[in-house]
Ligand binder design. Structure first.
Ligand SMILES: [Fe+2]
Length: 299
């Protein structure tokens, strides 16, 4: 019996270069939203819902029932709109079980005393190899760590939503230098994806246009990645990949929305509790230079 094919619609978020997906079962009209973006302007603190509303509008037009808001990982470049999807549709928020490791790393960084590091802010923590249903579609969960410890790829029929495990062939791969990230693990996770059949479709979570490409792109295949990926394609070894990745990562600046994203996304998209005045604040941990005796300078 043929595996049912999902209906897939992509939504590109220009400010963060993120691609969110609306994935649905054509038979039952059940659907999932993968990696929804909450609009957030760091200069003004303004939060908006226009990006996620565009997805919900499409779902309504198509008569879809959204049952899952799926995160591929705790993103460092945009805030998750999963709680909004949940509030509007009753969908459950799912992420990989190793989000607990990410929470343990960042709870002290943000002194997030309201945060339990058991993943309980999420509705479901997926384990490697777990399967679940979106209508008649079967989703297979693949743990693909390296970019972060918790990254998942969701395989639905012949389509895999890879998060930041790999980028388009002409761009290569994502950084592996966030706390808990590891270039060697990333290489091995990519190899796991590349054992899938050549015609398997891969859907990226980000695209930045590669040099010489004038348009954004987010869909490719396993075969294409094996032949042409500039970091892990034909002839790439684990050793050469790790050396390349670590050298390159050392030159990359922190993403613009790193601090707001992490402190919201480790709480499953929940903002820190409001202060006594009713305002929600995001935190910037200040990192002063120190002198030889360890005293902070400038504070
Ligand atoms: Fe990421």
């Amino acid at each position: 019996m043929a595996v049912p094919a999902p209906q897939i619609e992509a939504f590109f978020d220009d400010p963060t270069n993120t691609i969110s997906y609306l994935v649905s079962d054509p038979e039952t009209r059940q659907a999932a939203v993968i990696d929804p973006v909450l609009d957030y302007d760091h200069k003004s603190g303004e939060v908006d819902i226009r990006s996620v509303e565009a997805i919900l509008k499409r779902a309504a037009e198509e008569g879809l029932t959204i049952v899952w808001a799926l995160e591929t990982h705790a993103h460092a470049d945009h805030l998750s709109a999963a709680p909004y999807v949940k509030a509007k549709t009753g969908a459950k928020i799912g992420i990989g079980e190793h989000i607990k490791d990410v929470q343990k790393i960042f709870r002290p960084v943000f002194n997030a005393t309201d945060l339990n590091t058991d993943g309980s802010d999420f509705d479901h923590l997926f384990v490697d190899g777990e399967t679940f249903k979106i209508g008649n579609l079967t989703v297979e969960v693949m743990h693909t760590p390296g970019h972060t410890p918790a990254d998942l790829s969701y395989k639905i029929g012949d389509a895999v939503f890879v998060g930041d495990t790999i980028f388009m062939p002409d761009f290569g791969t994502a950084r592996a230098d966030f706390p808990g990230g590891d270039a060697k693990r990333l290489f091995n996770s990519i190899q796991k994806l590349l054992t899938l059949s050549d015609e398997t479709r891969l859907f990226m979570c980000h695209d930045y246009k590669a040099p010489g490409r004038d348009h954004y792109a987010w869909e490719t295949t396993v075969g294409e990645q094996k032949r042409n990926n500039v970091h892990v394609g034909e002839g790439a070894s684990e050793e050469s990949f790790v050396a390349m990745r670590e050298k390159r990562d050392a030159t990359l600046a922190a993403p613009t929305l790193l601090l707001p994203s992490i402190q919201v996304n480790i709480r499953a998209g929940r903002f820190p509790e409001a202060d006594a005045n009713g305002v929600h604040y995001l935190m910037v941990p200040v990192k002063p230079k120190t002198d030889a005796a360890g005293h902070a300078l400038g504070l």
